[in-house]
Design a protein around this ligand. Structure first.
Ligand SMILES: C[S@@+](CC[C@H](N)C(=O)[O-])C[C@H]1O[C@@H](n2cnc3c(N)ncnc32)[C@H](O)[C@@H]1O
Ligand code: SF4
Length: 399
């Protein structure tokens, strides 16, 4: 289950998440009222479904007061029991964290923490309106260790204003000094139609090749430190649960990133939350007031779709590429039992061009990304995507 907590105390100018900037705690009170109604509606349909994993994301879940945290946690666990050994994770903004708060999350049972960093480079921090010191972040990681969180993740972003390969390399070293269990290094998504504040620093954005160089450097520096690349943008420390899951082939790619355990069904709760199952997707309305209103009459979904057999086949191929970097053709079941080469004949023509560029190896057994190709996994995956957005639909660039 994913629960979206959209509130933040201040706006980071680069942010592409669905968030509401407010310091008025009563807004979150009313939001939790609405979440309770949504949870009731889900429980009515699904019963006391046990949760194998619970994730609070945002926005900033640690912007809630201690009372709100208790209330939201109880609202969930009184309706849905959490399985023993479940991953219970929370996204934390270190600028708003305190030792008491992390102790509280630990006492409730949270066992995975993801801390947002983005970059320690001061000109970048000024441009994105997010001043956050290494020491402040270090404290949060220490508290998470003190209160027995099994896994600490750090988020960073490459391609932000005033970043250079050199400045970013220093941030990478700082991040490694925190010894996180995993690191998510996201490509900056420039989507000013989602967040107008991104226009403010457009002239200071790095050139595409410089941005790409930061990803190359991250791969190298993290590999030297023993981190295993997982999928397109995650790195797992040796012995971490994500690294073990990668070795065992159980890593799952979700809307929140990569998780060590697979679950067939994701229930998204809250404004803009996405739910998915084997053959369906649905997304809740995004705006908090509309979401709160919709919970009273049960019309929560702003969109959704059922997947055809063809969609399901393409989804499994794309998932395989984005998690393991390879497609084993005999592991993919295709409509009418058609062989891989025949079913994806059109895609394979495009893939041959990428193979000629050294991005992948094609054989009767399937597709295998080369180390270079891993950096372009999104572009390779789009060859299998029958619904790739057209030029008229706006989306962030793939690299
Ligand atoms: C909900 S925030 C994390 C928790 C908390 N709000 C914080 O900022 O520390 C989720 C993550 O999304 C990533 N993110 C946000 N906007 C992005 C953008 N425009 N491009 C790439 N990644 C972005 C950042 O790495 C951020 O840490
Ligand atoms: S990056 Fe995090 S803290 Fe900043 S505005 Fe976005 S969700 Fe809020």
């Amino acid at each position: 289950m994913y629960v979206h907590v959209p509130f933040c105390h201040a706006l980071c100018y680069y942010c592409a998440c669905n968030r509401v900037v407010t310091k008025d705690a009563t807004v979150a009170d009313r939001y939790i009222d609405a979440i309770e109604l949504e949870l009731d509606a889900i429980a009515q349909r699904l019963g006391k479904l046990p949760l194998t994993a619970l994730h609070w994301g945002g926005g900033t879940p640690n912007s809630l007061t201690a009372q709100q945290v208790d209330r939201l946690f109880r609202a969930i666990t009184s309706r849905f029991p959490i399985e023993r050994g479940a991953d219970i994770s929370i996204e934390v903004d270190p600028r708003q964290a305190s030792r008491d708060q992390i102790a509280h999350f630990g006492a409730l049972g949270f066992n995975r923490l993801s801390a947002g960093v983005q970059d320690f480079n001061v000109p970048t921090q000024r441009a994105i309106n997010r001043i956050q010191s290494l020491e402040q972040t270090e404290e949060v990681v220490e508290w998470a260790r003190e209160f027995d969180f099994a896994d600490v993740n750090i988020d960073i972003v490459y391609g932000l204003p005033y970043q250079t390969r050199d400045s970013f390399a220093l941030t990478l070293e700082d991040v490694l000094s925190l010894a996180p269990d995993s690191i998510a290094a996201f490509a900056y998504a420039h989507v000013p139609w989602v967040n107008h504040a991104q226009h403010a620093y457009e002239a200071a954005l790095p050139e595409p090749l410089e941005k790409f160089g930061m990803l190359v450097d991250a791969q190298e520096i993290f590999a030297e430190a023993g981190y295993q690349p997982v999928g397109i943008d995650h790195f797992a420390a040796p012995e971490s649960s994500l690294a073990r899951a990668f070795d065992q082939g159980t890593v799952q790619r979700t809307f929140m990133g990569y998780t060590p355990r697979r679950a067939a069904t994701l229930i998204g709760v809250g404004a803009s939350a996405i739910s998915s199952s084997h053959d369906a997707y649905s997304q809740n309305v995004s705006e908090v007031p509309q979401y709160c209103g919709a919970t009273h009459h049960g019309a929560l979904a702003k969109r959704g779709c059922l997947l055809s057999e063809d969609d399901v086949a393409r989804k499994s191929v794309i998932d395989a590429l984005m998690t393991t970097g390879r497609i084993e053709s005999n592991m993919i079941s295709l409509p009418d039992g058609l062989p891989f080469g025949k079913y994806f004949a059109g895609s394979l023509i495009d893939l041959q061009t990428l193979a000629d560029d050294g991005l992948l190896e094609l054989s009767d057994n399937g597709v295998h990304l080369t180390p270079l190709g891993r950096l372009f996994a999104r572009n390779v995956a789009s060859c299998f995507d029958a619904r790739v957005p057209g030029d008229s639909q706006r989306h962030a660039s793939a690299v």
